[in-house]
Design a protein around this ligand. Sequence first.
Ligand code: SF4
Length: 709
Amino acid sequence: MSRTTLPLTPRPAFAVRTHCPYCAFQCGVLMGEGDGQPDRVMGDPHFPVNNGQLCVKGWTSHTLLRHPRRLTTPLVRDTLAEPFRTANWEDALDLVADKLAAIKAESGPEAIGLFGSGALTNEKAYLLGKFARVAVGTPHIDYNGRYCMSSAAAAQNRAFGLDRGLPFPLADIEHAEVIWLAGSNAADTLPPIMQWFDRQKANGGRLIVSDPRRTPTARAADLFLQLTPGSDLALANGLLAVAIEEGLTDREFIAARTSGFDAVKRIVLRYHPAHVERLTGVPEAQLRAAARWLASAKSAMVLSGRGAEQHSKGVDTVHAHINLLLALGKVGKPFSGYGCLTGQGNGQGGREHGQKADQLPGYRLIEVDAHREVVAKVWDVDPASLPRKGRSAFELLDSLGPSGIRTLFVMGSNVAIASPDMGRIESRLRALDFLAVCDSFENETTAHAHVVLPVYQWAEEEGTTTNLEGRVIRRRITARPPTGVRGDIDVLRELAARLGAGDKFEFYSPRDVFDEFRRATAGGPADYSGVTYERIDAEDGVFWPCPAEDHPGTPRLFAERFHHPDGRAKFFPVEHRPAGEEPDEAYPITFTTGRYKEHYNSGAQTRLVAKLTEARPAAVLQLHPRLARRHGIATGNVVVLESRRGKAEFAAELSADVRPDTVFAPFHWGGKQAANRLTSTALDPISRMPEFKFAAVRIAAVRPGERPA
Ligand code: SF4
């Protein structure tokens, strides 16, 4: 199979090959140089993921490198009531180290928390995890990927014994006969991926999309299932019930390669199509059509996004989709299987190498003694000295304050905007004794900080990331950092030295870290030990697991066996259940959040890019004309939405693309437009993923005219 069907064009002589800083597609980009600084970006036609395509965020990504609001000197202050004053690096690092040491001496290491990011390279994510466990000694480290893919990751680990966003290369998409996109608006979140669906359709394939909104992705579907928010699990169970009832399951595959089907069968047979139609709003005829398409195809995939996953039943929802595919015998076969469309740039690598509360490098588990021993040996520490499992992202932030975590160190995450029940998290941040943030710009989180350390951006240092396929790729240096800025690796080395752990952190470049990191992953589920920078260059990335330098890497998982000891995939019986908070008389409308193609996550970067803010200056509330009529709302009116946690206001946009019982707004803004002031803190019991996609709200006020400030 050829890697690309696009003609290969000569690479411009000026260009350096690297990757976009934003989402998990990690598009290959070519950076063109002006006077020694990149002044243009184009898609890399040779990178076999995006094949030269970029979205508008990628096209404009270079403009942040020399942005006038770029931080170029450390900022410090004693109290939040004071403005920041500039400081030199030595003083700022001394201050952070002194605060960490003082809190540790007073209240123990558990009073210190660290918060990482899916934007960090593998090297940084690894080093931050080691810093937390070895230099600080705290169990409390987690990252914003917990808010993103943790439910899909947990379900894949439970069902298959291993989690990798996609267990196959993206190029397999074009050969799948049927694909079900469950809760993903990929046309806006990962625009270049649509080329693969276009090719799949050109090859005669069919696309099913389930979503409460008729999104641009849904408009590309052959079958659109406009389900009630939070009913994805019932929908998948309903399709499996149809498959069983109509004799469409693959009994041979179930017997040979899986375990636990009978328990699932007993439960899903209660999901009669008429019952599922009531739960989901999807007509029985569409349910039957979807089940038949998936079952009768030679190859089929289910690819899920945050719409299905960001619920308090997210793990069970992913299980329901995996159950369906296993029952149809559509996993571990060519051009078939379940995959999660990972969101953040290094969301995949970020969840494998130790910045998550329950993990150690190589996707090892911190509660497993054998795993602790392997990593402790690489780190040259006593296994008993490694902390145990810490708090998950939201629980960590929710414990900030005098009786919990008193000092927080944040690297590359705008937690104030990205967390549910934002008002509550803001008050927790204000209750800290001390907050230090490493970032390139001031943002809504640095507003609560005592120290801000200005660090390199993506194009100013090298390092590896792992894209949504599990392809380990390399970012290269394409820009000179501004004077006064330092790298995250420097920061961690300097702090570790001040905390008395300097001998364990003698890293002077990302390559130094990568060499140790490879050893720390050797033998783990996510084994990178055979990956080298040189191989990445030569092979356009290497798929993990790759346990030796002469190992070819593993583009496709599960072809022979699943990763449980018995080699079988596991069914998990799962039941539909209500959201953490259902609409009621007081709060009768369902609120759901999502993204615009012009902005990325909390918007801390993209809201600074003029072209992006011109295109999308503000969040807009999408609501159905029938709902609008009931409240006397016209397009352009300012609507104040209220949940039990707070208020936010948006300009209204009337659209029949959203269900009449549901309203939608993106979460890229702070201030009055902060969607996360409304969102729920209900957590999935297994993944601890917050329920971003479902909150009960009411319309508190409607004003004519102007957009909210
Ligand atoms: S944001 Fe994602 S889809 Fe857009 S150019 Fe960057 S990597 Fe590609």
